[in-house]
Design a protein around this ligand. Structure first.
Ligand SMILES: Cc1cc2nc3c(=O)[nH]c(=O)nc-3n(C[C@H](O)[C@H](O)[C@H](O)COP(=O)(O)OP(=O)(O)OC[C@H]3O[C@@H](n4cnc5c(N)ncnc54)[C@H](O)[C@@H]3O)c2cc1C
Length: 319
């Protein structure tokens, strides 16, 4: 079984979610783990090798500089055929969710979406994926020869392989004609941590009373080195941008620690964060549903608790 992993990069190298996908592919004992890197650097090839890629196909082409989903999906499908990979892995982030179904169609493959566990059963990949907004888990597998899977970020741990080195192979796929043009790219909040990939997420809800009080959330997130998240109530009110929304109609997060501040814990919010490893809730209502899934809870007023907590954490970690 050969697995192709679509590699994503940012300013600091390969995205952690891509390293997680490489590790997951390696742990399935694939004969060959092939990374696909578009317009990437030699350092990123090295990093892919350290995390389990045997080969990295490097595609260098200016016409791929601006991400066009239909074009990139076509390139990924060609690369999978070229490398004889019957399985293709993506991260279940915005890019992966965009590309995976397109690639699945091109390869006539089944799609395993938002996987939180993968195993081999009789030589076939079997996945566990949350369903009904995280209320249950389904075990799924494809009956097709080819399989495309998206892996929920922060669930599979990225691990380095001792002495892992990938051979780099330059690959020149046919680039299909582009039917749309990118007019401009707007990069917002460059450098800030994406809530879906953060190790620690501190989220604020309607109990914060207004956008002017979100500095309390930002300060706690900063002291912990985490990202800021928000409930939909807050995003709908225009207090915070949609990219920070956690939940059924926002992002799904699985950080090591999720701190829910003045968030009631509606089922649609839980759908996006219940797979977090440790959940901390701060709410003045001791009966708030969020406490049902919290590992640690503080019954208190965020306006009193957050400044004290931030101060204490800053003292401990020295930020
Ligand atoms: C189809 C659909 C999709 C949805 N998708 C999402 C989604 O993706 N994400 C999402 O979050 N929601 C989603 N929702 C909305 C969801 O149902 C809730 O309305 C929303 O999560 C509530 O946000 P909240 O917890 O911030 O606000 P509230 O429910 O109003 O809760 C505020 C909480 O703050 C506490 N509080 C108030 N003041 C203080 C204080 N001073 N100190 C401490 N605690 C205090 C209160 O006790 C309360 O528990 C969706 C709803 C629908 C119908």
């Amino acid at each position: 079984m050969n697995i192709l992993v679509y590699l994503e990069q940012n300013q600091s190298g390969l995205r952690r979610s891509s390293l997680e996908a490489l590790t997951a592919a390696r742990l399935l004992n694939a004969n060959k783990v092939v990374g696909l890197l578009i317009n990437g650097s030699a350092e990123n090839v090295t990093s892919a090798g350290q995390h389990g890629a045997n080969i990295v196909l490097t595609v260098t082409n200016d016409s791929l500089a601006n991400f066009q989903n239909s074009v990139v999906a076509n390139v990924v499908a060609q690369a999978a055929k070229h490398a004889e990979c019957t399985n293709v892995f993506f991260s279940a982030n915005a890019t992966g969710k965009d590309l995976a179904p397109r690639v699945a169609v091109l390869l006539e493959a089944g799609l395993l979406a938002d996987c939180v566990k993968l195993e081999l059963v009789s030589g076939t990949i079997q996945a566990v994926r949350p369903v009904y907004a995280g209320k249950a888990n389904a075990k799924v597998r494809c009956t097709t020869q080819n399989t495309v899977a998206t892996l929920r970020p922060n669930v599979f741990t990225a691990q380095k392989v001792d002495g892992g080195i990938a051979s780099s192979e330059s690959y020149s796929p046919e680039i299909p004609s582009v039917r749309s043009a990118t007019v401009s790219n707007i990069v917002r909040n460059e450098g800030s941590i994406d809530v879906a990939e953060a190790d620690i997420v501190v989220s604020g809800g309607r109990g914060l009373r207004g956008p002017e009080n979100f500095h309390l959330i930002e300060e706690l997130a900063k002291s912990l080195g985490g990202a800021v998240g928000a409930s939909r109530a807050v995003v709908d009110a225009g207090w915070r941008p949609h990219r920070e929304q956690v939940g059924q109609t926002g992002k799904t997060v699985s950080p090591n620690m999720y701190v829910a501040c003045a968030i009631s814990g509606a089922v649609q919010h839980l759908a996006g964060m219940s797979s977090s490893k440790v959940i901390v809730a701060i709410n003045k209502d001791k009966d708030a549903p969020i406490f049902k899934i919290a590992d640690y809870g503080i019954v208190g007023d965020v306006f009193e608790v957050l400044p004290k907590l931030t101060l204490k954490i800053s003292e401990v970690v020295g930020k």
